[in-house]
Write a protein that binds this ligand. Structure first.
Ligand SMILES: [Fe+2]
Length: 332
């Protein structure tokens, strides 16, 4: 390869030393995908976000969709087979009793599904802005398994530490009692105030999108939509697959909460993944400066260079700050 032909990989060429699963199906988009459309979506304005309340700019007005299909029956069977093997690697944190993260390093199927260009293009159309699969391996293919104690919520009320994600049922939500996925029809700030004041959430402010079966998902701007996953009310199995994305446009600020991720994942891996996320963003700013220079427009050029440097400054400062932070959530 000529030295000037720089290649940036959205997924790294070297992986952490994670044990692979034994029986890994081959992902085949023609066989495993059955992409469908949601019937409706909620906008950020529907949730109460005025443009002045959007602390980070976003290129999309879509807050969350109701459900749409992603996997065929064959896709569900293959993913379930992988998830059952990854159940051996569940970990706990103060928000989630049993989750497996980093499955993209253990299963090629999981990696190829998470990175699928077909899915990414479909979701980009649904959210009306181009997306890229998240550059951090632990923000892809997050798996939630039902807690071992009945009635305990799968995940508490929270918002996500990334821009966009979908939550897909791997098991049939209609075959179990409980286990709903729910949105709060309100803003992060309102939820924070309610939680601080010990106020209950009125039932009319909670939406549980009907999910017809396994392989169906909801898409959301996870950093703006407060959501939770309810526990099962009788014994059963509930597995969900959560895949993260970033807006392709690097002008949209990164939303990685590194200190939160360090509470869930191995610190050295969080740091390495975050460094590449921010290095990639910096390179996106530099690409324009390199490939399409603005002759006679020094202000644009300086802006590009400054943005590239800002990403690195943020990353360096964040990585040097090793102080712990409690896991954030809004309770059950
Ligand atoms: Fe979430």
């Amino acid at each position: 390869m000529p030295a000037h032909d720089l290649m940036l990989h959205r997924f790294p060429a070297t992986l952490p030393d994670f044990e692979r699963i034994d029986d890994d199906p081959v992902f085949d988009p023609a066989l495993h995908l059955a992409l469908g459309e949601p019937e409706r979506h909620y906008s950020l304005a529907d949730l109460g976000y005025e443009s002045s309340q959007l602390t980070e700019p976003t290129p999309s007005t879509v807050a969350a969709t109701d459900c749409f299909r992603i996997l065929s029956d064959e896709g569900v069977a293959a993913l379930y087979h992988v998830c059952k093997q990854l159940e051996a690697y569940t970990t706990s944190n103060p928000r989630i009793s049993r989750n497996t993260r980093g499955g993209v390093y253990r299963s090629r199927f999981m990696r190829d599904l998470s990175l699928s260009p077909e899915v990414t293009e479909h979701l980009s159309a649904l959210i009306d802005s181009p997306l890229l699969p998240h550059a951090m391996g632990h923000q892809l293919a997050h798996l939630n398994y039902q807690p071992l104690s009945l009635g305990e919520n799968v995940d508490k009320w929270h918002y996500d530490t990334l821009q966009v994600d979908y939550v897909m049922f791997v098991t049939d939500p209609n075959a179990v009692d409980g286990g709903e996925f729910q949105y709060f029809l309100g803003t992060r700030d309102e939820m924070a105030q309610r939680h601080k004041a010990g106020k209950k959430i009125p039932p009319e402010r909670v939406v549980a999108p009907p999910i017809p079966g396994a392989g169906y998902a909801v898409l959301m701007q996870g950093n703006y939509v407060v959501h939770q996953a309810c526990g099962l009310q009788s014994p059963g199995e509930r597995i969900t697959f959560v895949n993260g994305y970033s807006f392709t446009n690097p002008a949209i600020n990164d939303f990685t909460a590194v200190k939160q991720l360090r509470m869930a994942d191995p610190v050295e891996i969080v740091n390495a993944e975050y460094a590449r996320q921010m290095a990639y963003r910096s390179a996106q700013h530099l690409q324009d400066c390199i490939n399409t220079p603005h002759y006679g427009d020094i202000d644009t050029t300086l802006d590009q260079l400054q943005r590239a440097r800002n990403e690195l400054d943020v990353a360096i400062n964040t990585l040097r700050d090793t102080e712990d932070e409690a896991v954030k959530h809004f309770g059950d």
